[in-house]
Ligand binder design. Sequence first.
Ligand SMILES: Cc1cc2nc3c(=O)[nH]c(=O)nc-3n(C[C@H](O)[C@H](O)[C@H](O)COP(=O)(O)O)c2cc1C
Length: 180
Amino acid sequence: MQVLISYHSDYGNTRKMAEAIAAGYRAADARATVVLKLVEMTALDDLVEADVIIFGAPVHMGSMAWPMKKLIDQAGKLWMEGALEGKLGGVFATGGGFGGAGGGVEQTLISLHSNFLQHGMLVVGFPKSLPGYSDGGLQWGPYGRSGNTEGMPQGLSDGSLVASRSYGAHLAETALCLRG
Ligand SMILES: Cc1cc2nc3c(=O)[nH]c(=O)nc-3n(C[C@H](O)[C@H](O)[C@H](O)COP(=O)(O)O)c2cc1C
């Protein structure tokens, strides 16, 4: 199983979630090859070669950071070819969350789902029974709030990282199940 985790991160929060998802995935499927790549370093061939594609982005001004959207738009070529059809997808996001847990994180997660569905991929959500859901979970996938109540950076909660890890394991179990 080839697993690609492609993410954007300026300040390291989204990278921490990516690493926790990778750790959870590897713990549930030791034989999987899990590759972490900055979205800026992700080539279209990386998407084509992966069985499981996981995208993560910080929220910038209410929606996903533009480097992630750039890759998504470039991958329109793959949509023409149907090259990602049938692959498994997962998503995650972080935001400062000033004014509440939202601030655009749900919009980011839903947009990532929408893109995967457009490609004909199977998208895996985040069941509420999994560890970390109450702190770092939304039905779309795990999320992290990295800001404090004054809108200043404070870093992710442990709950977000627990959620990320359990989401990684859930993706691995789902992929193994689908492969039979
Ligand atoms: C240009 C810019 C715009 C941002 N806009 C938002 C926003 O609209 N909503 C929000 O919740 N957080 C916003 N943030 C905060 C980031 O989403 C948050 O700090 C995130 O965890 C950063 O991820 P990173 O550490 O992986 O770069 C913004 C940050 C930057 C740099």
